[in-house]
Design a binder for this molecule. Sequence first.
Ligand SMILES: [Zn+2]
Length: 128
Amino acid sequence: MTRSIDEVLDLILDDLAAGGVPLPRVEPTTWQTWEPSESVMLLGADSSGTGVWLDLTLSDDQALAHLADQVQEWVVEELARIGRPTNWPICAAHPDNHPRQAVIEHGRAVWACPVGADSSPIGELSSG
Ligand SMILES: [Zn+2]
């Protein structure tokens, strides 16, 4: 794991932007005391914050999927707060049933349909 949390978070925030999700304000913190790790706070429109963290012991793809899962939790809460549908990222095969999940598929971090119908690499939602 060689990337900083800012670099990994940027990939995920590209996906939020591609999906029309409001972007959080990002503030550095050291709330996560697990070593080695990096952590930040994601702040929503009403300034309520959620801490997310990067586990520096994981591989790049594992760390990306782990962070994306935490960011998705923030997104779901933020979309609910502003009264929008919370199924992000939308599953192209089942848009009304479930969002996609951050998982490892063939060694890559992807947003995947929980029943396997649809997936794309995390950080590349805008291209597909
Ligand atoms: Zn699906």
